[in-house]
Design a protein around this ligand. Structure first.
Ligand code: SF4
Ligand code: SF4
Length: 444
């Protein structure tokens, strides 16, 4: 995207805003900070002003943009279909461009290394799996690293120190007791009657931190009769690049994924994390196709695009009559990730999926219309606001009084689980498909 494209787009799209203010009560930063400049309406006015040169692109402007969670609650309720997500991404590209020209790239070296190397070649992360595992299970070494100054000073390293215990890829139905492979297999064959073929998107961070969800998805799909393809050269979805202004790199990653998944003969690409699902979806479906922004229509186009959230795919999948699901007489709270609710329109699917577990009492988490504060790398970049939003979720969880919380986005899952651990509250946070797979007999 050229700078001119970004500016022209920002000017024309910000002009769509009629300043009605209907989005304001839905914006988490406006609720917390009570400042117009930290509301969607205020930010849109600032973006338009900077793009047409009326307002300087200075540190104050950047601060208001940085505080936006990109949760897109405003976009979901806007009666004028202002494409807020697209607007903030183009604005961040503008900021990135200006920072580069001024030689003021504020990213740490470790973050640049991660973005450039590991996110573009996520398969390398598989080779680090055993190293991570070794360090995590050798308590002293991990403790030493956590205590070192480097970890305290570098927010990203601090985040790495908080990662859940690394697990290993699933080997397949015949081998559930020996699931210790380091590398993903390229094909996981259906069990019993064949009902279809799908491909699986692994993600970058999730292939290390959320192996339980990926293993569970393969297991449930195989048990229902679906063969799962896992192409080796798939890239990161590009969401981290897209939302930090590196739109060109996000496009390169989207093209790599299109070509890798395009070589397979499957019609559906399963995504297990809704944040990645949005990025994959939006890189194959243009904005025009997505308008008007009514959740029903978004949901339909989402299904037609061939990208499917795993819960959404499973609720309409065949083969349920052939599997046994053990009862779970427990209260299960459901968290709605912003990406699933505000962009994909697929928030009903996790409830439907978990309701397949006999005796489960499925309840929405209070305050589901507000972001948890994870928001990609927001919890690292804006820890104060992220912690306030997290505290609201923890209070809702305490009030909800359940043993389990299910959520469909790995970022939200890690953020909320970390908050619970810090407060020593024992509520298990897991993906809906992981809970289901467990009730279907998968030993994790
Ligand atoms: S709801 Fe839409 S049109 Fe109204 S202020 Fe918000 S962004 Fe502007
Ligand atoms: S994306 Fe979320 S945080 Fe940003 S302006 Fe919209 S509602 Fe507020």
């Amino acid at each position: 995207m050229s700078l001119k494209f970004s500016k022209d787009f920002i000017i024309s799209e910000s002009n769509q805003c009629v300043s009605c203010g209907l989005c304001l009560p839905h914006c988490p930063t406006y609720r917390l900070l009570k400042s117009e400049a930290d509301s969607p309406r205020g930010r849109i006015a600032l973006m338009g002003g900077v793009a047409n040169g009326r307002i300087p692109l200075n540190a104050r402007f950047i601060q208001h943009m940085d505080r936006c969670l990109t949760c897109r609650s405003c976009e979901a309720v806007c009666p004028n279909n202002v494409s807020y997500g697209h607007l903030i991404d183009e604005t961040r590209a503008l900021i990135e461009d200006q920072s580069k020209s001024a030689g003021a790239n504020k990213k740490s070296r470790i973050r640049i290394l991660l973005e450039k190397l590991l996110l573009t070649r996520p398969a390398y992360l598989d080779y680090l799996r055993r190293l991570f595992y070794f360090m995590q299970t050798r308590g002293f070494l991990w403790w030493l690293l956590k205590r070192s100054n480097r970890f305290e000073k570098n927010k990203l390293l601090k985040f790495i120190a908080q990662l859940p215990l690394v697990r290993f890829p699933y080997i397949g139905i015949v081998d559930t007791k020996h699931s210790t492979g380091s590398i993903w297999k390229e094909i996981y064959h259906a069990d019993g009657k064949k009902r279809g073929e799908v491909s699986l998107f692994l993600g970058c961070v999730a292939r290390i931190t959320d192996v339980a969800t990926l293993n569970s998805s393969i297991y449930v799909l195989n048990r229902l009769g679906y063969t799962v393809y896992v192409p080796r050269n798939q890239a990161c979805c590009g969401a981290i690049h897209q939302h930090s202004g590196a739109i060109k790199q996000a496009v390169v990653l989207a093209q790599q994924n299109k070509s890798v998944f395009g070589e397979l003969n499957t019609r559906t690409i399963i995504s297990t994390s809704s944040g990645c699902g949005v990025q994959l979806f939006e890189s194959v479906v243009s904005n025009d196709q997505r308008s008007p922004a009514e959740s029903d229509n978004i949901g339909k186009v989402y299904v037609l695009s061939g990208i499917a959230d795993v819960s959404r795919f499973l609720v309409t999948a065949e083969g349920w009559e052939d599997v046994e699901i053990l009862p779970l007489p427990e209260r299960i709270l459901v968290h709605d990730p912003c990406s699933l609710r505000n962009v994909l329109g697929a928030q009903a699917s996790p409830y439907e999926l978990i309701s397949r577990i006999p005796e489960a009492q499925v309840v929405p988490l209070m305050g589901n219309d507000q972001c948890c504060g994870a928001a990609g790398t927001y919890f690292i970049d804006q820890p104060e606001i992220a912690d306030r939003l997290l505290n609201d979720k923890i209070s809702a969880l305490i009030e909800g009084g359940a043993k389990y919380l299910v959520t469909s986005n790995i970022g939200c899952s890690m953020h909320i689980a970390h908050g619970l651990r810090e407060k020593k509250i024992s509520i298990e946070v897991l993906h809906p498909v992981t809970l289901l797979a467990r009730q279907m007999g998968l030993e994790l």
